[in-house]
Design a protein around this ligand. Structure first.
Ligand SMILES: *Cc1c(COP(=O)(O)O)cnc(C)c1O
Ligand SMILES: [Zn+2]
Length: 413
């Protein structure tokens, strides 16, 4: 794996060889998240934009030389990544900005129906390369169903910690995929801490967001894809829903990789969108601090309901380094975004999955966008994962007797 130089702590800057630090920085503890460093000369010798254009690999593994894995022969057989990037012309028109060059990345199209599959598929390969047995994860729901899905495809055991309030569809996915499911009578943050303790006690491979430095490397592939799908003309803005901050940290990493490789000329401004009821990172960004003050979340967007974001530093730096911003959206704005996305594009998102669309709508309405920019928006999870929330976003259906007469009454004439 000579493309990887090693790991570096985001807090103290200490460098480690692969395998030298277990997960986070031994000197800084759990806040000392590690970042994977690459030898871009080696990457460049294996991959370039022309090779990519001819690559038959229509999965995230088309970027293997930019990922911390040795041998993708060990990867799960499921198709993860290379999801569609749709032109959002009808949505832009509906929002009164027909000249906006709008793109929607539908990552609900992954095997377990969320972007988390990009991280889980890295976890699977890393666990095998490190000779680990059981893989464990704590999750608001999607990281868990994703890990369970990919583990099922290779027959590997996994243990999952989810808060008991997780939407039933996500729990159903876990059970169908045959994971050992532990419904924790507590919050996501409590499930996370419990999983950390269990991994230490049992020696399980820990797929938890942020403490495992490889997860954001998997998630970065979504932004590599967006730039490639736009012929390396990076968008002016890239909008990302944010909970723990691992996706947006990965997006920031993708931008750094692409600039270092010279594949894009300028960075997109990264915009983090949080639910108003779970906005610890937006608050820290506004106050110009990296000190995180946990706040119990209150939002219907369960996938981004996080009291204490685990990937805060990468998440804040991704925005700061690209002159981006953090926005907060109310649950009502998220429901409106779900409805608009569905009606104008035929894309069904869960609440967290539509949060960045809500951020887009807010940017348009508050004049942050002029209406001619190129904007890409990540839709991170499919709406079927949380049907109860979706039903809150739409009017009730019309009930009728099974007669043509009743149809006439509704349709008229
Ligand atoms: C996990 C998740 C997010 C947030 O990702 P973080 O890395 O926690 O910031 C957003 N949307 C969906 C659908 C998710 O599952
Ligand atoms: Zn450190």
């Amino acid at each position: 794996m000579d493309q990887v130089l090693g790991l570096q702590c985001v807090l103290c800057g200490r460098q480690y060889a692969l395998g030298e630090a277990p997960y986070t920085c031994p000197a800084c503890g759990e806040r000392g998240i590690l970042d994977v460093r690459y030898d871009y000369e080696v990457v460049r010798s294996r991959l370039d934009r022309h090779l990519l254009a001819r690559s038959p690999e229509r999965t995230m593994w088309r970027y293997t030389p930019l990922l911390p894995v040795e041998d993708v022969q060990r990867a799960a057989p499921l198709t993860v990544g290379w999801t569609p990037l749709y032109r959002g012309a009808r949505l832009a028109e509906d929002l009164g900005v027909p000249c906006l060059d709008l793109w929607i990345k539908d990552d609900g199209r992954n095997p377990s129906a969320s972007l988390k599959d990009r991280a889980s598929s890295i976890a699977l390969v890393r666990a095998q390369e490190e000779g680990a047995g059981v893989i464990a994860a704590a999750s608001t729901g999607n990281a868990a169903s994703s890990l369970a899905c990919l583990c099922a495809s290779v027959g590997r055991p996994c243990t999952i910690f989810v808060p008991e309030a997780a939407p039933p569809a996500k729990v159903a996915q876990l059970l169908v995929f045959g994971a050992r499911v532990l419904l924790v009578q507590g919050s996501y943050d409590e499930a996370f801490d419990l999983c950390m303790a269990a991994c230490r006690a049992y020696g399980w491979y820990n797929r938890n967001t942020a403490v495992n430095p490889f997860m954001s490397e998997g998630k970065k592939t979504v932004a590599l894809e967006v730039c490639e799908q736009l012929q390396w003309q990076a968008p002016d803005y890239l909008l990302v829903p944010v909970g723990d901050g691992c996706i947006i940290g990965g997006v920031g990493k993708a931008v750094r990789d692409l600039l270092a490789l010279g594949w894009i000329e300028r960075a997109p401004r990264i915009v983090g969108v949080q639910a108003a009821g779970s906005a610890v990172l937006a608050t820290a960004w506004r106050q110009g601090t990296e000190e995180i003050v946990p706040v119990p979340p209150t939002t219907l967007a369960d996938s981004i309901a996080v009291a204490q974001p685990r990937d805060a530093i990468k998440a804040l730096r991704a925005v700061r380094d690209t002159q981006g911003m953090y926005l907060t959206v109310a649950d009502g704005e998220i429901l409106e975004a779900m409805r608009l996305l569905g009606r104008t594009m035929g894309v069904f998102a869960e609440p967290a999955g539509a949060a960045a669309v809500a951020g887009l709508i807010q940017m348009i309405r508050t004049g942050l966008l002029h209406g001619t920019e190129r904007v890409a928006v990540l839709v991170t999870g499919n709406g079927l994962k949380d049907v109860a929330a979706a039903l809150q976003a739409v009017p009730a259906p019309v009930r009728i007797a099974p007669t043509l007469e009743a149809v006439r009454e509704v349709v008229g004439s």
